[in-house]
Design a protein around this ligand. Structure first.
Ligand code: G
Ligand code: G
Ligand code: MN
Length: 536
């Protein structure tokens, strides 16, 4: 038989394990960077929005203050300039932010608080005026006759005699407050736009503005018209915010990454060690086989055994078969484990004295049934126990039938050709459709303990159990009753044509030596309680 360890298919190769560990290490770091990326963007926009709020409300306040300054002059705007001049001078000098006050008649500036009587065509000062329905307007100008080097904002208010009183605000006030709230070392550009005028802005740009760097674009409507504020961001600022966020959050991400690596590593190791433990158990010969006798109803004595694998770990004790069989299936060591079982059986049978045709049942897992190795494994057993010529029976569960593959079907046909028989184990507990049963070649049907348990003293009819029995008989299969613990169960099954009985009532599973001894004495004797003979 092949060496058990040669059959090991690791669920993950070394490279895959390393890859999973690397992913576990990198995932939190990557997620951290991505989150910081968006958080930095959001922070920068939020900062800009706060600055924008301040600028908009301050600019609005300045415009309102300037407009109010015109109100005292509005009712007398049609007075001659000489008469109005002192009042204009005082108003301009005392009103906050206002540089000068001018009177416009038609399209000519006729009077100013700075120089008195004027005659300047309005178009040279403000080329394009957009008025509100009420006649108010605002315009940014690049230059004025008195202060040609600085921009100014002019706020016009309709006045007596079809004139306009306009307050001139120095652009410097606006620029200063814009840059106080949104400094140019943090933003690429801050712009105020009034109607059709060219914008008021601080930074001298050598390259054009990229629309993607626009952080804020807001519009405010005042009594004198509307204005817009635009703030453009600096890439450096965004990068700074990103670096700051990453530096602040990276320690957590690194801690998380370390934790994740540790968890994954432990998981990998514990899985690996489950395999290792099973394999070590095989190598250290910690497994043994117990044999549960099978009572033949028509022969009236023990007609066979079911081989059950047992694992007693030094210092730990017995591991429940359900547990280690499931682990071996999960870890793909069930094939080498069963191969080991077959070797143990061969060894036990070398000294066993049983008649030809004595039933030797072994349990097979789905993976083994679908494996190309199965037939050789079973042939090897057949050969090893050849001197006794027992009847080998492979027990497969309904679960195996459902996963039935072509290979499994081939295997079973090949085994049956060589005289091996097939039993369906734990029948009735799976979800096996009856069509599987029809297609599947089998010789024995083992009634699950659960159905046998429904028989109580005095039971005359157990509906599901009776149906199973009828089904098996009509399919020409022999029945084995499992887990029989009471005389009532025994009698009921025997009366209904069940051919074999297995259970604690008759005998428990025993080690090879105990079984050999039991078989010599009790095995050939009729079961003492058996009063009912087979109906067959
Ligand atoms: O008798 P016991 O409690 O050991 O049985 C528990 C379960 O383990 C049963 O379903 C039995 O079929 C299964 N089992 C015992 N030995 C083997 C074995 O060698 N191979 C497989 N596949 N199952 C086994
Ligand atoms: O392979 P299968 O699932 O048939 O395994 C048989 C299982 O049933 C084994 O765990 C065996 O120890 C157990 N068993 C056998 N006879 C009895 C019985 O009479 N009562 C109980 N409770 N378990 C039994
Ligand atoms: Mn079984």
């Amino acid at each position: 038989m092949p060496d058990a360890s040669s059959d090991l298919r690791s669920p993950l190769t070394r490279r895959e394990r390393l890859l999973v560990l690397t992913l576990a290490a990198l995932a939190p770091l990557l997620v951290c960077v991505v989150i910081c990326y968006y958080a930095a963007e959001r922070n920068v926009r939020r900062e800009a929005a706060i600055a924008a709020n301040i600028i908009v409300s301050e600019v609005s306040a300045i415009v309102e203050v300037a407009r109010s300054a015109t109100f005292t002059v509005v009712p007398r705007a049609d007075y001659p300039c000489e008469k109005l001049f002192p009042e204009l001078t005082v108003t301009a000098a005392t009103a906050p932010y206002v540089r000068s006050i001018i009177i416009i008649a038609g399209d000519v500036v006729t009077c100013s608080s700075a120089r008195g009587k004027e005659s300047i065509p309005l178009a040279t000062l403000v080329p394009d005026i957009r008025r509100t329905p009420g006649g108010e307007w605002m315009a940014l100008v690049g230059t004025t006759p008195v202060v040609p080097e600085r921009q100014a904002l002019i706020v016009g208010e309709p006045a007596a005699g079809g004139r306009t009183v306009a307050a001139v605000i120095d652009g410097r006030y606006l620029l200063d407050l814009m840059h106080a709230a949104a400094p140019l070392d943090m933003y690429r550009q801050v712009e105020l736009r009034f109607a059709a005028s060219p914008p008021l802005n601080g930074a001298e740009l050598t390259t054009p503005l990229d629309e993607r760097s626009l952080l804020v674009n807001t519009r405010k409507v005042l009594a004198s018209g509307a204005f817009e504020l635009r703030i453009y961001g600096l890439r450096e600022r965004w990068r700074e915010a990103l670096v700051e966020l990453i530096l602040r959050n990276m320690p957590w991400a690194i801690a998380l990454s370390a934790l994740l690596v540790w968890l994954v590593w432990r998981l990998q190791n514990s899985r690996a060690s489950r395999r290792e433990q099973l394999l070590r158990g095989i190598r250290a010969n910690e497994f043994h086989v117990e044999y549960q006798p099978l009572y033949g109803v028509s022969s009236g004595h023990c007609d066979g055994v079911e081989a059950l694998l047992r694992w007693v770990r030094p210092g730990i004790g017995e591991v429940r078969p359900g547990e280690f069989i499931a682990a071996a299936e999960d870890e793909h060591v069930i094939v080498p484990l069963t191969q080991h079982l077959l070797k143990l059986i061969a060894r036990d049978f070398a000294t066993m004295n049983v008649p030809p045709g004595f039933h030797l049942s072994i349990n097979l897992s789905p993976e083994h049934l679908s494996s190309e190795k199965l037939t050789d494994d079973v042939y090897a057993l057949q050969e090893a126990v050849g001197k006794n010529r027992p009847q080998i029976i492979v027990e497969i569960t309904e679960r195996t039938l459902i996963k039935n593959t072509e290979q499994a079907q081939c295997n079973l046909e090949a085994l049956r050709d060589r005289g091996v028989k097939v039993a369906i184990d734990d029948f009735g507990t799976g979800y096996c459709s009856l069509t599987y049963l029809e297609r599947f070649p089998f010789d024995f049907l083992k009634i699950d303990r659960g159905f046998v348990l429904t028989i109580e003293p005095g039971t005359t009819r157990a509906v599901v159990l009776d149906a199973i029995i009828d089904l098996a008989l009509s399919l020409d299969a022999q029945l084995v009753g499992e887990g029989v613990e009471t005389m009532a169960q025994f009698d009921y099954l025997c009366a209904r044509g069940v051919a074999f009985v297995q259970g604690h009532l008759y005998a428990r599973a025993m080690t090879a030596d105990a079984f050999a001894q039991w078989y010599r004495t009790l095995g050939s004797q009729p079961f003492p309680g058996a009063t009912v003979t087979s109906a067959q």
